[in-house]
Design a protein around this ligand. Sequence first.
Ligand code: PRX
Length: 646
Amino acid sequence: MRTKKYVIKEGGKYVPSKDMKDIAWVSDDKIYSDAKKDPINFWGNLAREGLTWEKEWNQTYEEKLPYFNWFKGGKLNFCVNAVDRHLDKGNKTALIWVPEPINEKPIKLTYAELYDKVNKFANVLKGLGVKKGDVVSVYLPLIPEALVTMLACARLGAIHSVVFSAFSAEALKTRILDGKAKVLVTADGYYRRGEKSELFGKAKNAVKGTTIEKVIVVNRIGKRIFGRKFLDFDEVLEKADSYCKPEIMNSEDPLFILYTSGTTGRPKGIVHDTGGYAVQAYWTSKWNFNLHDDDVMWCTADIGWITGHSYAFYGPLLNGATTLIYEGAPDFPNFQRWWRIIEEFKVNVFYTAPTAIRMFMRVGDKHLKKFKMDSLKVLGTVGEPIDKDAWMWYFNTIGKGRCPVIDTWWQTETGGTLINVLPGVGPFVPTISGRSFPGTKHIIVDPKGQEIQKQGVVGELVQVSPFAPGMLHGVYKNHSKYVKTYWKSFKNKYDTSDGAYYDNGLIRITGRTDDVMKVAGHRLSTAELENALNNHKLVNESGVVPIPDKIKGEVPVAFVVLENSKDGSEKLIAELKKHVDLAIGPTARPELIYFVSDLPKTRSGKIMRRILKDILNNEKPEGLMTLVNPEIVEEIKMVVANHLSK
Ligand code: PRX
């Protein structure tokens, strides 16, 4: 059979080919103008068509800013939508799990098997007293039990709060305390680059002094678990009844909380509701990736992040498709691993981050030569801006010039993708995300909130009413933070904290405009890192800023003022890095640490991070007049220059 080509070049642009138009759910850009005429009804129709409701809503959209509700009065169960309603598909595979060790066999779970496990685990949780509205903490690696746990929570109407397994015990503890969870589901560990990576010890430390009464532990690496509080996942699952009645939820009831970094030291619990989130996850998966129910989708994100929630698990399952997850490192046992997986499991949709693409690009095409990967139809990227070289490499080397690259812009807060082009519509332009998803609207504004329509002028990206169904439903138990972060800067507009400009009518994202970094696609706040450093007994204060990195996009650099300047040493640098690992996790580890005697500050004591950035980028620092201590700038320049000359 001829290998299909989903993209052609026309008028100097990549656009969908006939092969793509033939299979595309959306192949006409009329969808945008139709949706624009009546976005509320547009979403109402999508909600009706895409999901199974127990009761239809009586109000499609209600807006009382800063809050808004979709499908008010509507009732549904999320798990029924993701699992039960696909049971008639017989033995269709819901999940393919590829463990890291090459001698361990992949596991396939059909929708029926998944249903069985989810029902049983829901009964386990119920037996431990978990009920509708309770928070369950989840600290699991990418293993099938993560999916089972999250869906079991959804079945009961409990709110899952997943914490990235590479985060530290302290990070887990803060999140447990915020959600007041009584149950934690974790694992003894997982495999990473051929080694057993321990998780249980961290979980055990984290639950001390919290509300956690029981910890359910998946046996992944054969560690012996004992103690009254701890239960074995398989053992309790085996004993559980095999049917659990799904709890019928209101559309606006919370489905999950996911913590993310903002401009302050404490991560915020982003709340996502049931109906609106499900509608956006369903339709964005279907249209962005042209996902059909006989497709295999592989989203490489970990479930610790929103991309893992929406596109490794929920979006594909709501669509009745097959999702693939891989436990381990992309380079284990070598750089062929990912491409082998695509080939072996005939992956049709592949969704990953620019950091991974840049890493593979760097190690060379030789690892890819023998893989045809002709099952691929659509490629996606997410999480950070993608540069032209990486885009072209992805398009040519992974997609063999056959598949569109969909650059999806979105955030933890938005629940699902919001700005990208659709595969059947195009055009596919390197570095350009595209247009607002049909039925949503983003504009670019100046600092006063006035719309900028001119091409090429950078402004702040904001979303305007009606706000997308998948948008956050507030910050968990923190109304003022919700208002301050998203609704203070511009009246009646959701502030994304991203910069953007128009390029031929399409939106190009330029990156964060606040003190948030994207390190290998992971979101980190400077304040969170500074807090962690400042908590070390020898540190007086610190200022953290990102610098560009060829692979990770950005990496953090810390300027540290010590209590006693004599303590500065290479040994202390190593100790501080370790300290950050323990406070947050290795993703936050500073790339460089400079000891300085003071930080540039304004009269009100605010650290001028912009000046630190200018120094690192070898640019002339502006605004020295506003500093109380302009003399410090020369000293910091010297410290940086000395390091560079070493
Ligand atoms: O700065 C934007 C960047 O990632 C931020 C959101 O990070 P997080 O909440 O961790 O969610 C990441 C996965 C959705 C945004 O504010 N970002 C996300 N996608 C893109 C992007 N920057 C440029 N291009 C993208 N496609």
